[in-house]
Design a protein around this ligand. Sequence first.
Ligand SMILES: [Zn+2]
Length: 212
Amino acid sequence: MRITFSDDGAQMSRNTNFVILTVALLDNKNDAMAAKGNHTLAVVKASENYEVLKEACGNVFRKINSLNRVKRFKVGEKTINLELFFGGDYKFLLTVMGVQNATCNRSCVWCKMPRQNRWDISYNLSHYNNEPLKRTLHEMMKMAGKGKNNYCCVNQPLIEIHLDHIIVDELHLLLRVVDVLIDNLIKDVLEWDKREDLRRIETKSEGFISTS
Ligand SMILES: [Zn+2]
């Protein structure tokens, strides 16, 4: 049985944030994407930061980690095998996996590509998914204890699920990309309006000069 744990942050007012941790059965295809298939595990009134999540959701995370280690649980006489996934928006995944932040030198959860080479799209996926660039959970846990040369692993991962089962929420990525594109479009439109207005004023004043 495949199970996914997810998080979402929700801003209720200007200074009230909630973190909501949910669980869903991926094999329950009809409901997995619907509200009725996603069950709330924890609601925390706080902003998404490492210390708060560690303190407030520590028990839930520990339970998820121990389930992931044994990969099975019993219901009566029946043993159910488990495959666990963990998802969320990118900021939440960075926080939970102990990576510094989205603007640090090695800000990818899955690989150690440094900032200065991030523009280079000439490599294929296997370049990032193999040594020496690929991150592993084991390495992240080891690096978190080091003060420097830690590839931006500043905290112990709170979730101990292997990285190929850590899934970023595509909807959040898409919404943010669209937000930035729309923002750029609006700025361009305002700029065109400004230029048009200036041109109109110029033509008017030229007209005024020529008729006087
Ligand atoms: Zn990467």
